[in-house]
Design a protein around this ligand. Structure first.
Ligand code: 5GP
Length: 197
C-alpha cells in the first residue's frame, strides 16, 4: 500500500478525540478522509453503517481476521472487536487523501509501527480520570458497567502516551483544536494560519 499520510488520534474514551478528529475533517487544506473502522459492538444512537463504523457480527468480524483483511484489529472490550480494514486505507489513498484514524492506543501504535515513515501518532490527554468519568456520564450513551469498564482501561491507556509522536492536552477544547490543526498541517505540509481556530 502507498499514498498519503496516516494521522492517528488515540486516547481514552471520553478524552474528546472524536470532537478533535471531526474538527480536523472540516479543514479542507488538510485533505483528510476518515478511516471508517469495522466493529462488532452494537450501534449507538444515530450512528450510521459505513459512516461511523462498518457494523458487523462477531462471527463476520472473525471471518475478516481469518482472511487477513485487517491492517490492525483489537478486542477493545470483551466481544467488542474493532479493526481497520486494509481496503479502507487503500480506498482513501486511491482518492489522494491523507487518512485520519480515531482508534484505540494499541491499534494506533500498531499502525505507526507498520508505517513509521508516513504516520503521525497523536495522543489526546484528558485533564484527569475523574474528568473522564464526568464526561462519559454526561454523554450517557452507555450503562454504568460499560462506563466503569472504559474508566478502568483509561489508566492503562494513559501510560502509553510517551510512545506517541505528540501529546495534546485537552484541558480546554478550543486550545486543543488549534494545536491539533497546526500539528497536522505541519505534518501534511498544508498552509494554514497559526492563530486562526
Ligand atoms: P467506541 O465504542 O467509543 O466508538 O470506541 C471504543 C474505542 O475503540 C475507542 O478508543 C476507539 O477509538 C477504538 N476504535 C475505533 N475503531 C478502532 C479500530 O479500527 N481499531 C482499534 N484498535 N480501535 C478502534
Amino acid at each position: 500500500m502507498e499514498g498519503g499520510k496516516l494521522i492517528i488520534f488515540s486516547a481514552p474514551s471520553g478524552s474528546g478525540k472524536t470532537t478533535i478528529v471531526r474538527y480536523l475533517l472540516e479543514q479542507p487544506e488538510l485533505n483528510l478522509a476518515f478511516s471508517v473502522s469495522a466493529t462488532s459492538r452494537p450501534r449507538r444512537g444515530k450512528e450510521k453503517n459505513g459512516e461511523h463504523y462498518y457494523f458487523m457480527t462477531v462471527s463476520e468480524f472473525k471471518k475478516h481476521i481469518k482472511n487477513d483483511d485487517f491492517l490492525e484489529w483489537e478486542e477493545v472490550y470483551r466481544d467488542n472487536f474493532y479493526g481497520t480494514l486494509k481496503t479502507e486505507v487503500e480506498r482513501l489513498w486511491a482518492e489522494g487523501k491523507n487518512v485520519i484514524f480515531d482508534i484505540d492506543v494499541v491499534g494506533g501504535l500498531r499502525i505507526k509501527k507498520k508505517y513509521p515513515d508516513v504516520t503521525l501518532a497523536v495522543f489526546v490527554k484528558p485533564p484527569s480520570v475523574d474528568e473522564l468519568k464526568i464526561r462519559l456520564k454526561k454523554r450517557s450513551t452507555e450503562s454504568d458497567d460499560k462506563i466503569n469498564m472504559r474508566i478502568a482501561k483509561a489508566s492503562v491507556e494513559l501510560a502509553t502516551a510517551p510512545q506517541f509522536d505528540k501529546v495534546i492536552k485537552n484541558y480546554d477544547l478550543d486550545t486543543a483544536l488549534i494545536e491539533a490543526k497546526n500539528l497536522v498541517a505541519e505534518y501534511v505540509g498544508a498552509k494554514t494560519s497559526k492563530t486562526e481556530g
